[in-house]
Design a protein around this ligand. Sequence first.
Ligand SMILES: NC(=O)c1ccc[n+]([C@@H]2O[C@H](COP(=O)([O-])OP(=O)(O)OC[C@H]3O[C@@H](n4cnc5c(N)ncnc54)[C@H](O)[C@@H]3O)[C@@H](O)[C@H]2O)c1
Ligand SMILES: [Zn+2]
Length: 358
Amino acid sequence: MDKVSVELGQRSYEIKIDSGLLDQAGKFLKELGFSGKVVILTNPLVESLYCDTLHRSLSQSGFECYRVIMPDGEQYKTYDWACSILTELLKRRLDRKSCVVALGGGVIGDMAGFVSSIYMRGISFVQAPTTLLAQVDSSVGGKTGVNHLLGKNMIGTFYQPRLVLADTFALKTLAPREFLCGMAEVIKYGIISDSSFFDFLEAEKNRILSFDEQALSYIIKKSCEIKADVVSKDEHESGLREILNFGHTVGHALETETGYLKYLHGEGVAIGMCIESKIAHLMGLLDAGQLRRIEALISSYGLPVSLPEGISLPNLIQHMQLDKKTVSGSVKFILPESIGKVRIETGISEDIIMRSFK
Ligand SMILES: NC(=O)c1ccc[n+]([C@@H]2O[C@H](COP(=O)([O-])OP(=O)(O)OC[C@H]3O[C@@H](n4cnc5c(N)ncnc54)[C@H](O)[C@@H]3O)[C@@H](O)[C@H]2O)c1
Ligand SMILES: [Zn+2]
């Protein structure tokens, strides 16, 4: 089993990575001192695939286990659904020894973290991420939240899980497009902080895409190590943590402009990473060879690398200016200086941004 620890003083926790962890969840929760009631939050699809395994393991370890099911989809990551889930927790009288387990992708993880953070001023929760994106990104770091009509992830908290169980066995049933979206975030880690990890992703593409257990565990572990390191140095995103947003300035704008219909998040980030790398190149930070390697790697994983025909470039710029991470109208970019090293830049001319779109 691979393990990564997220060092946050008293709120430190472990990420366990292996095939078959859901079978052993009961034992791990007991080791953490939980007893009594556990609520599994999941959706109908993931419930049908993995909930019996998890439920059995928890029951065998003596937990009184309940399931709370919310519908599948980003459109249900809302405050209204959070309230319904809180009602379910109250009805089952969860107390301070109880815990909530998030079984699913990032939507379930964000929701479970959010409700756990406000139920009786905070109840423990455990992440059992079942998508690649959730295993390498959303389950780690303690950002929780729900969407609002006026913006994605606008209502939320920082609240760390007590444990992350990344069961690689679950990835086998993931839709290929969802898997590749997780790969976009994996590639991001290589570009922002580890050139030898980037080399590995280039060299071992075939093993990764054929779900080789060892290769998968390795990329998840490496990604979690990088994220854990950044988060432990800057939990509340007052500086360094912003580097995790590489590719997201343009990616979010593109998702917004296309109404969240055309692209999944990882696809927007893939295009965003290419464009932001091009901005770095146009500014003289990143050389042409490294830019080509970045584009080639992203493309080799079957991810998009350029903007779609007919997209409004002025609209994209406007979305960036309205983004919640933009401070007083000055758009922030995370730009690679080389593969494995990025810097944070603001005040980039509109001319350079427009040229990078072409
Ligand atoms: N908190 C954070 O730091 C953070 C970071 C990145 C993303 N996010 C959030 O994560 C969400 C996206 O997460 P996601 O990409 O995991 O999407 P998701 O949770 O919607 O899951 C994608 C789809 O895969 C299905 N699924 C999940 N596990 C499966 C499995 N093992 N086999 C088959 N199907 C499975 C889900 O039911 C869903 O239909 C967004 O809401 C985003 O805002 C949060
Ligand atoms: Zn992302």
